[in-house]
Design a protein around this ligand. Structure first.
Ligand SMILES: Cc1ncc(COP(=O)(O)O)c(C=O)c1O
Length: 412
């Protein structure tokens, strides 16, 4: 246990953890059942192309959400692209900049301009009150993102979409297993898109899905994700390859069986972080409303440097030194990433809350591979850092002035 700032690894101490603790280390579920399913797939030599496992997975997901259709896909990004195309979005679509860049890319990939809207700092979700002023004659839709799995203001977005005759799609990549006003996320708008990427609490290695109650839209999406094929040799539509493999679906079915357990672990980790970190001036943990269903997948801290006297980036750097690979999210904001920053260099002027939040937010490791003792150690380091914010900041500044090359690089 480190008691002194000289013990921190960035100042020469030994890292707290020998192995790196990743945010989003995959949850695995029951290995025996998973391997039995893999064997079955191999025995039957049916590896992809709408096999039994994919069909079963889609049925189970639709049932869980209470939706009519689930179309499983190879990943969330392709699912977004196909949903956007199937909804015939064109021109401009309003999205938050505070999201993973895939939300914006899925539009730009199809020559649609993402118009970045600011967020409500209290919820980190798109602020419906600001949408009105971003609507132009070219606007065809809105994509809401349920950041951290906390449903965005779906009622207000639906009202605007109805009044302005816009399509409403949700990027629900974070929202599987969460609810909004008594209904599962997945039930809202024209359609919702999930990601089942390995870093999500519920994964299919790579994977995603579009969920909708709209029969015609579902049929179109089914065609689009399979090259437009309707039966053998009969292509009736433009399409691509968005299919989920049988192996991924088997992982998904196994994950469904363990899902309640994953959520229980996430919940218990969240409660422990809350009790160990609450009360530090300038540090707030993103809270989940327990009257909703929630996956508790993200442990998110907001750092107010004016009170902690140490920046979010310095805290992340210190944690990386201890092999705790905390992540900045969604830094630096889509509008500051290419190609958007070149095409729309001034969009930040309309995004003060996003600009502020991307400098304050960081996420911490959780999931089934993070133990109670790990969380205690992580929180103990954080407390040491927060109790000595000014002194550590001074030392980091001196070190940087002396030409030290600062660390962190961020990949997936
Ligand atoms: C908000 C959001 N949208 C879209 C995606 C893209 O999903 P995928 O990685 O499955 O393509 C992610 C995933 O990481 C995400 O977090």
């Amino acid at each position: 246990m480190k008691k002194n700032i000289d013990d921190l690894a960035i100042f020469g101490g030994t890292p707290t953890f020998r192995e790196k603790l990743h945010v989003g280390r995959p949850n695995l579920g029951d290995r025996e059942r998973l391997l039995a399913r893999f064997n079955d797939i191999l025995d039957r030599r049916w590896l992809t192309n709408n096999g039994e496992y994919v069909q079963d997975f889609e049925k189970k997901i639709a049932e869980k959400i209470g939706a009519k259709h689930c179309i499983a896909m190879c990943n969330g990004t392709v699912a977004l692209e196909i949903a956007i195309r199937a909804l015939e979005l064109t021109g401009e679509v309003i999205i938050p900049s505070f999201t993973f860049v895939a939300t914006a890319h899925a539009l730009w990939w199809q020559q649609i301009r993402p118009v970045f809207c600011d967020i409500d700092p209290a919820t980190h979700n798109i602020d419906p009150d600001l949408i009105q002023q971003m609507i132009t004659p070219n606007t065809t839709g809105i994509i809401g993102v349920h950041v951290w799995g906390r449903g965005c203001d779906i009622d207000a977005l639906a009202r605007i979409a109805r009044q302005k005759n816009l399509k409403l799609l949700f990027d629900a990549a974070h929202g599987f297993g969460c609810s909004y006003k008594g209904q599962m996320i997945g039930k809202f708008g024209n359609a919702e898109v999930f990601s089942f990427h390995a870093t999500k609490f519920f994964n299919t290695f790579e994977g995603g899905a579009v969920v909708t109650d709209d029969d015609a839209l579902a049929s179109k999406i089914r065609l689009m994700k399979n090259f437009g094929f309707e039966g053998y040799d009969n292509v009736i539509y433009i399409g691509t390859n968005g299919k989920m493999s049988e192996i991924s679906a088997a992982m998904g079915i196994t994950s469904i069986e363990s899902m309640d357990g994953f959520i229980a672990i996430n919940y218990s980790n969240y409660k422990q972080y809350l009790s160990e970190l609450e009360g530090f001036p300038g540090v707030s943990l993103v809270h989940y409303d327990e009257s909703h269903m929630c996956n508790y997948h993200f442990i998110v801290l907001e750092i107010d440097e004016a009170m902690t006297h140490i920046s979010r980036d310095s805290i992340v750097e210190i944690l990386h030194g201890e092999n705790i690979l905390a992540r900045r999210y969604f830094y630096p904001g889509c509008h500051r990433m290419e190609p958007y920053r070149t095409y729309f260099p001034h969009s930040g002027l309309l995004l003060p809350n996003t600009e502020r939040l991307v400098k304050r937010v960081m996420s911490l490791p959780t999931g089934e591979s993070i133990g109670k003792g790990d969380i205690s150690n992580i929180c103990q380091i954080l407390r040491l850092v927060l109790e000595n914010g000014s002194e550590i900041s001074r030392r980091i500044s001196r070190r940087n002035a002396a030409g030290y090359d600062q660390v962190p690089s961020y990949g997936e």
